[in-house]
Write a protein that binds this ligand. Structure first.
Ligand SMILES: Cc1ncc(COP(=O)(O)O)c(C=O)c1O
Length: 507
């Protein structure tokens, strides 16, 4: 095995220290092409040239009127990104009748294209063959400088982004929206990161403003981490936040788990100025559960991202998931009109429901968020009504019910959804519950708390203890108290209200 094929993040560090990393990282970055890297080279004072300004970016509402193709990527020109090298390889292998003396144990049954990293199949974390070819197609389609496939969802993608950002900057502080997915917190535990939280007005809103971001930056900040699109369909001003990050020489990482469909709409965060994004293909594109991307504004991040994926991810990535990402490229390349029609179907359904008096909350192009309280229910109760009527919703929360659509949604689904919603009984509105945004006191770093001797106690008896856990209501998988934070009586009450009954606390 050569140096370049050694897996593992720490191997990456040692290999790089023999070449350009970490001592010569500044030089390596000056050579890079992303606005961030240029910003670093200019001492963190570069202008935001090269990406759109906040004012130039239309918000999600009504964006169908202003749709523009991405500035880079497929719709700008070349049409050869419909290649499906992974699918083609798997198909020819399955058809070849080769005697399978390798993993997986099914030996082709019942999944003939389920293979492992055999000769010719490439190696996910050091991709240079069919996987790399497919990843390059994805990068071109999304307008990224490079893309890395993840078989561990955005969860793995987020962990990899944070590891790469921390390694690139040599810093361990992340400024992040408080209502971030638990994978950010698990990355903090695994990597020993500290998080400076930016609190929203409402739980679990992930949106933060450029001003809030600027106020949260410290000299030790490695990266800003924002969730956009969030679970309720909220979106950040990525271009504006990117401007702030450029001025301060800080990386911008976007959890775009819910926004992979933005490959079709021209407002993908990688287009708007993020340095790295984590996108769950499986949430809003036709791909298998677990299929995700890290999209990069600079290809210099590919190696650290791959290395971090090897650190955290399985050494047996699923070829069925990889194939689904490969085939998703073809969907993106060939089915743009159908995808836009599907997203337009969501927009039309929103209008139709509003005309029927169904109260909707502002949300992105793939979601409909029903204000269930205004219809006399909790979000969970309304989701239960929908279930009984034959529709399973993405989430029923305390206030609202979230319906999630995708770029591959069937046309008939919109009318069906409208019929079901119209048929449901409406009641006298109930007062929206007062759910405070909890601002806990931090008493130890997340990693130290998580790894401390601990015990599990009922949440009702957890007040006054230090949280050692990443427990969160699921969905939206946003923890209310993080490891290392003191659980106040108020925090315990909110945690219980969201259905979490027990929590691990430091002994
Ligand atoms: C905001 C957000 N980020 C990240 C994730 C993790 O995505 P995945 O399920 O692809 O690992 C989720 C999962 O729902 C999420 O809601």
């Amino acid at each position: 095995m050569s140096d370049s094929t050694v897996s593992g993040y720490f191997c990456f560090l040692s290999i790089k220290s023999r070449t350009t990393y970490p001592r010569c990282k500044a030089k390596r970055f000056i050579l890079g092409s992303s606005p961030f890297l240029k910003g670093l080279a200019a001492g963190g004072n570069s202008s935001a040239s090269g990406h759109s300004s906040a004012s130039g970016h239309s918000s999600a509402s009504g964006f169908f009127d202003t749709l523009k193709p991405p500035s880079r990527g497929l719709f700008g020109g070349k049409r050869d990104y419909m290649r499906t090298p992974i699918h083609d390889f798997l198909k020819s292998y399955a058809d070849s009748g080769t005697l399978r003396l390798h993993m997986p144990g099914g030996k082709g049954s019942p999944y003939p294209r389920d293979i492992t990293e055999i000769s010719g199949a490439d190696v996910l974390y050091e991709s240079s063959g069919i996987i790399r070819e497919s990843e390059d197609c994805a990068a071109a389609l999304f307008g990224a400088a490079a893309s890395c496939y993840s078989c561990g969802g955005s969860t793995l993608a987020i962990q990899a982004m944070l590891a790469a950002a921390s390694a690139a900057t040599g810093k361990r502080r992340i400024a992040a929206g408080r209502c971030s997915h638990r994978s950010l917190v698990s990355a903090a535990v695994l990597l020993g990161l500290d998080i400076d939280w930016i609190y929203p007005d409402e739980f679990p809103s992930g949106t933060v403003s450029p001003e809030q971001v600027e106020a949260a930056l410290t000299p030790g900040t490695a990266a800003v981490f924002v969730t956009s699109v969030d679970y309720l369909g909220g979106e950040c001003d990525i271009a504006g936040i990117s401007d702030v990050c450029r001025r301060h020489g800080v990386l911008l990482l976007a959890d775009n788990a819910h926004g992979a469909y933005k490959v079709f709409t021209g407002d993908h965060p990688i287009t708007l100025g993020a340095d790295m994004t984590a996108d769950s293909a499986h949430k809003t594109l036709p791909a298998l559960t677990g299929a995700a991307y890290v999209h990069l504004a600079d290809a210099a991040f590919r190696e650290p991202v791959k290395s971090a994926m090897a650190l955290f991810g399985s050494s047996s990535p699923s070829y069925l998931i990889l194939e689904s990402l490969d085939l998703c490229n073809r969907f993106i390349a060939e089915e743009r009109e159908a995808a836009l029609a599907a997203l337009n179907g969501v927009s039309e359904l929103k209008k139709a429901l509003t005309a029927e008096g169904i109260p909707l909350r502002q949300s992105d192009a793939a979601r409909i968020v029903i204000d269930a309280n205004a219809l006399g229910y909790t979000g969970a109760e309304y989701a239960e009504l929908m279930r009984k009527a034959g529709a399973e919703c993405e989430m029923g929360g305390v206030r609202s019910t979230v319906l999630l659509f995708s770029a591959a949604q069937q046309a008939g689904d919109f009318g069906r959804t409208a019929e079901i919603i119209k048929s449901l009984p409406r009641k006298k509105p109930i007062e929206p519950p007062d759910i405070p945004v909890i601002v806990p006191e931090r008493v130890m770093p997340p990693r130290e708390a998580y790894l401390s001797p601990s015990e599990t106690v009922p949440v009702s008896r957890a007040a006054g203890r230090v949280c050692a856990d990443i427990r969160s209501p699921c969905p939206p998988c946003v923890p209310i108290v993080m490891p290392g934070e003191l659980i106040s009586p108020e925090a315990a009450a909110v945690t219980e209200r969201y259905g979490v009954t027990a929590v691990r606390v430091v002994k």
